[in-house]
Structure formats: C-alpha cells, structure tokens
Design a protein around this ligand. Sequence first.
Ligand SMILES: [Fe+2]
Ligand SMILES: [Fe+2]
Length: 163
Amino acid sequence: MSGNTLTDLFEEGLKEMYYVENQLVDVLEELSGEVDHDDIANAFRQHKGETEEHVNRLEEVFDRIGESPERKQVHALDGLVQDHQEFSDDDPEQNVLNLFDMTAAEKSEHLEIAAYGNLTFIADKLGHDEAADLLEANLREEEKALDKLKSLTEGYDVEAVPA
Ligand SMILES: [Fe+2]
Ligand SMILES: [Fe+2]
C-alpha cells in the first residue's frame, strides 16, 4: 500500500472498517451479556444484527471495486476494547458498568460515523456510485444507533448509580 492515490486511501479505509465491523460483532455480543438492563442489552443485540449486515455490505463494496475483502488493524478500536477490559476487570458496580458500556459503544459509533462519512465522500469522488450507496446505508444505521444509545444514556436512572 503506497498511499499515493485516492484509491489507496479508499481501499485502506475499507480494510479498516472491515476489521472494525468484524470486531464489533463480537464486542456487541459481549456487551449485551454484560449489562443487566433489558433495553440496553436489546439495543446492543439489535445493533449486533445491523453490524453483521455492515460486514456484508462491505464485502459487497469490495466486490464492486474488484477487490477481495481484507482487514487492516485499527488501533483506535483496539484501544477502546482494551479500556473496556481494564475497567470491567476491576469489578465495577453494575450500574456503573452499564453506563461505561454505553459510553464505550457511543465512542465506537462516533469512530464508525467519521470513517463512513469520509468513505462515502471518496467513493462518490471516484465514481463508485453503488459502493457510495452501500457505505451511506451503513453510515445511516450508525447514526441511528448513536441516537438510540444517547437517548438510553440520557434516560438512565442515575439514582441507582452510587454518587
Ligand atoms: Fe457498523
Ligand atoms: Fe455501529
């Protein structure tokens, strides 16, 4: 990967998101089993299903541009996963863990939204119209997932959380 062209940048970004989405399928499964709040667990589980579809759409994007799907490690996501591990290893109070997990999930949505916004823009510039539509479909679902998580966070019964 030389990184000299818009196509290089596009393919690099696709590989990064293929890594991110595949990791997030497992992460969302883990988070849904870790929280003890039905609405939050359901939100994680629902977005896990959407995330599996994001993987499928990315495979379709690779196919449209004549490349086979590849993953490229994203340290920012690995860092979020590691931060979560360290926090949960310290045996936090369950309500605190619920809130931590929602914040962590929101951070990953922000990462995805930034990446898909840029990839959609570049696909469009390169004339990959179908790829741009697929990437935009993922983007819209990330935005909806973020809104859902934000409303769950804002509606959380903080009286239950130790001050
Ligand atoms: Fe996603
Ligand atoms: Fe997402």
